[in-house]
Design a protein around this ligand. Structure first.
Ligand SMILES: C[S@@+](CC[C@H](N)C(=O)[O-])C[C@H]1O[C@@H](n2cnc3c(N)ncnc32)[C@H](O)[C@@H]1O
Length: 256
């Protein structure tokens, strides 16, 4: 009952923010909210991998106890499958995804940025191995260094003020030389239309754009690619609208 009430309040807040054109959170205070959510999630999910994954016939499989969050599981499987030499996380928060990707792909060059210095303090304390691999940046304002693959997990969905999420997407395209992997709540923006719109701008930096989804039966991720994705283990399906992304909503695990 208490949980349902909290969810209702959360949804009403999202609606209010949409109506008055505000981001989902007051970012100045967000680090406390995030820290508490991570502590709660730690009781239900494995957040940092140890030796609880294996590569069986080229497929990445997890045997974590407690389980991995289904969004994280698919995100890691896609990045493993695309096998980039360099990766950038936008809105890296506590750094657990960067840590896990380095476990799975130990030779990858990985960098990340976050809007909030306090988030990076948390990251450095929790994942000291990532020291020097992250920096403070507002993705809606500036370009990022180029890597082969750029990804976000639960970041663009929270950028709701005006059309700043479009600026964020433009900067993400600028920073990626091949792939963009987005794990977001697909109901918070019309991601497909927004990406199509950006790709028609004269300043659009990619020569070609292929928009795919990958679905592991529990979750859907969006994969943007400069080249057709062929000869990979996972199934990448071209999409034609945002509706195709909404299959598994509502997503409760996107409450952070
Ligand atoms: C919901 S948290 C997700 C963090 C991390 N990706 C995860 O999955 O745990 C959203 C993160 O995006 C960051 N963020 C929000 N707006 C941003 C912006 N304009 N530029 C860069 N990072 C931003 C926040 O500080 C926060 O760490």
């Amino acid at each position: 009952m208490k949980r349902m009430f909290k969810k209702l309040i959360y949804k009403l807040c999202l609606l209010r923010n949409k109506l008055i054109s505000r981001d989902d959170f007051n970012w100045k205070k967000y680090h406390k909210n995030y820290y508490n959510q991570i502590k709660r999630n730690e009781k239900e999910y494995t957040l940092k991998l140890s030796d609880d994954f294996s590569i069986i016939k080229g497929n990445l499989e997890f045997h974590c106890n407690p389980p991995l969050d289904k969004n994280h599981e698919l995100l890691y499987q896609i990045i493993f499958d695309l096998n980039p030499s360099s990766v950038f996380e936008v809105g890296c928060g506590n750094g657990d995804h960067m840590y896990n990707i380095l476990k799975i792909l130990p030779n990858v060059r990985i960098i990340g940025c976050d809007l909030l210095p306090k988030q990076l303090d948390f990251l450095n304390e929790r994942n000291p191995e990532l020291k020097g691999k992250t920096f403070v940046e507002d993705i809606t304002k500036n370009h990022i260094p180029t890597t082969e693959l750029v990804y976000t997990q639960a970041v663009l969905m929270h950028i709701q003020k005006g059309n700043r999420h479009l600026d964020a997407l433009r900067n993400i395209f600028y920073g990626s030389s091949k792939y963009i992997v987005l794990m977001e709540n697909w109901s918070r923006h019309n991601f497909y239309s927004d990406i199509k719109k950006i790709s028609n701008e004269s300043s659009f930096i990619w020569d070609d754009l292929y928009i795919y989804k990958a679905d592991n039966g529990k979750q859907i991720v969006m994969v943007l690619s400069k080249v057709p994705i062929i000869n990979k283990r996972l199934n990448y399906i071209k999409i034609k609208n945002n509706k195709e992304m909404l299959k598994y909503l509502p997503w409760n695990s996107f409450m952070i």
